[in-house]
Design a protein around this ligand. Structure first.
Ligand SMILES: *Cc1c(COP(=O)(O)O)cnc(C)c1O
Length: 294
């Protein structure tokens, strides 16, 4: 199921950048979206090779990773279970998980902290259960994300991506280094204090001067937003026909626009932004967005 990928490179007619492209990983699949598809590819292979039939994973109540895992599991013939952080709630994301047959176990924040312990408590005795960390973080995920580089032009000058844990960025760095491209990797952390992304990446890959972190575009932190970001997101969508989500990719596109405006990136450089998908994240901001636009 992971063999065929539809993810074109789309040229954007941007007023400040002459050579700007978006790698449309958001088009790979509506539910196994973007980087989650890349991250799950080799995890599901590992699970199948180990003879496992039941994927067990972890996430918050609005996690793109949970929907992606539920959908991928159903399609590839696995059972799936997720430990969901916090009090029992219902929302559109969890509804999708349930429709795909995922079993949900709500877990208080304290117990949620140690995922291996949780897994062992519930599934330690099960020969069929396969552990997938929160967000899919793993060596397999890095490998899957490194493959994105094979689908991009060799002569890119700058490659941009958003980062939550930095696993995707680590994969891109690995791909760039393995293929000895001159391209710089520009990473936009969506969490506050995003300098930690460098350490997270270092756990997987040699990080060198080709990496540039832009830590000032978090808009208050993870899943935090500000009217300026939402307005930008709407403008970007109506100008280019490209939707982004407020948690990840709107921050990425905002950063690129801002850096271009400040002339911190060369306007003629060949720039690719990786659209990592996650558009269901818009559902989590429905109220805020509706207030702003009605
Ligand atoms: C999960 C997610 C990310 C974060 O990826 P990391 O590998 O954790 O850095 C980025 N963009 C989108 C749309 C996501 O859903």
């Amino acid at each position: 199921m992971f063999d065929q990928v539809y993810s074109p490179l789309q040229k954007i007619e941007h007023p400040l950048l002459t050579n700007f492209y978006v790698k449309r990983d958001d088009l790979i699949d509506p539910y196994i979206s973007g980087n989650k598809w890349r991250k799950l590819k080799y995890l599901l292979k590992s699970a199948a090779e180990a003879g496992k039939t039941h994927l067990v994973t972890f996430g918050g109540a609005f996690s793109n990773h949970l929907v992606a895992t539920a959908s991928a599991a159903a399609r590839a013939g696995f059972q799936s279970t997720a430990f969901v952080r916090g009090e029992p709630v219902e929302n559109q994301m969890l509804l999708l998980c349930r429709l795909y047959g995922m079993h949900l176990i709500f877990t208080d924040r304290e117990s949620y902290k140690d995922k291996r312990v949780l897994f062992d408590q519930h599934f330690g005795a099960s020969a069929s259960a396969f552990f997938i960390d929160e967000g899919g973080a793993s060596a397999e995920a890095v490998k899957g994300c490194a493959e994105i580089i094979d689908e991009l032009p060799d002569d890119m000058d700058l490659l941009f991506c958003a980062a939550g844990t930095g696993t995707t960025a680590a994969g891109l760095m690995q791909g760039i280094l393995e293929r000895q491209l001159h391209c710089e990797l520009h990473v936009v952390p969506v969490l506050k204090g995003g300098a930690f992304i460098k350490d997270e990446m270092s756990a997987h890959v040699k990080v060198d001067q080709q990496l540039h972190l832009h830590t000032e575009y978090h808009f208050g932190g993870y899943a935090k937003t500000q009217p300026a970001l939402l307005t930008f997101m709407a403008q970007f969508a109506s100008s280019y026909g490209l939707l982004s989500d407020p948690v990840y990719t709107a921050k990425l596109f905002f950063a690129i626009h801002d850096l271009a405006e400040k002339q911190e990136i060369d306007k003629d450089a060949k720039i690719v932004a990786l659209h990592t998908g996650g558009l269901l994240g818009i559902l989590g901001m429905q109220e805020k967005l509706s207030k702003l636009f009605t």
